[in-house]
Design a protein around this ligand. Structure first.
Ligand code: F6R
Length: 260
């Protein structure tokens, strides 16, 4: 079941996403959250911090990041470990041990990938996974051509992704070439996916992801195979949908029990 919700802007999306995430996690004895990085989840993290930072139940929370660059030195400000520390872990009042990332050191990557999969499984699995989408249709760092059943592994970043992410670095040359990412199969194991897309530059990718054929050429299209996906899209990102009017109508007329 996918629910596609078109909202005015990323702030509204962040509030809706935070509400859905917290509702899902708060009553779990051992809640597990899947984190994305990049600019997309910022409004969701801010809303989560406003609503729940420091609450007692958070002591039981575990979180797993989707991906990490490979080869950045420890403590690099643009490593996803650092970004999540600044933007989520500390503002939320979590301790670093509660949040796992796939390790981006150069040694033992394939063992580390298998261990990461095992850690997710040992946690009982991810209750809700936050996802952004790349302009080339990636989720996590599963670039076009990724197997729909893939698990955590090392990938080479697409040139377009490196260019998109160069805004976080001083030059394109500084953007790593490799990453370690949960696979599409790993993502599908999460119990609820929340896919966010903001801005006109995401319009083609998000339309193809939810309306196009399911294909390794557009890795985010794998979400169509998941039983519970919520897609939150701002107006500029919603311009390429074939069925945008239907999504608006369906959301406005949803049953009382239908919720994000
Ligand atoms: C990062 C991740 C990526 C990003 C995507 C969009 O953890 O999973 O798939 O969500 O590259 O990046 P932004 O949000 O910066 O546009």
């Amino acid at each position: 079941m996918a629910e596609i919700v078109i909202v005015p802007d990323d702030q509204v999306a962040g509030e809706l996403a935070a509400e859905a995430i917290l509702r899902r996690l708060i009553d779990q004895p051992e809640p597990v959250l899947g984190l994305a990085t990049g600019s997309t989840p910022t409004s969701t993290y801010h809303a989560m911090v406003r609503r729940a930072a420091g609450q007692d139940w958070l002591k039981n929370l575990k979180a797993f990041a989707l991906d990490e660059y490979v080869g950045l030195p420890d403590g690099h400000p643009e490593s996803y470990a650092e970004v999540l520390r600044r933007e989520f872990i500390e503002p939320m009042g979590l301790v670093p041990e509660q949040v796992m990332l796939p390790p981006g050191g150069l040694d033992g990557l394939s063992t580390a990938a298998a261990q990461y999969e095992a850690a997710i499984a040992d946690s009982g699995g991810i209750d809700v996974q936050i996802l952004g989408i790349g302009t080339d249709g990636h989720i996590g760092f599963n670039e076009p051509g990724s197997s729909l059943g893939s698990r955590t592994r090392v990938k080479t970043l697409a040139e377009s992704t490196r260019r998109d992410n160069a805004r976080f670095f001083s030059s394109l040359d500084e953007v790593p070439v490799h990453c370690i990412t949960q696979g599409l199969g790993t993502v599908l194991d999460s119990r609820h996916l929340i896919l966010l897309a903001f801005g006109a530059h995401k319009a083609d990718a998000i339309a193809a992801a939810v309306e196009g054929p399911v294909s390794a050429s557009l890795p985010a299209s794998v979400v169509q195979l998941h039983p519970h996906v919520t897609v939150l899209v701002d107006e500029p990102a919603a311009t390429k949908f074939n069925h945008g009017d239907y999504y608006r109508f369906a959301y406005a007329n949803k049953f009382e029990w239908q919720h994000l």
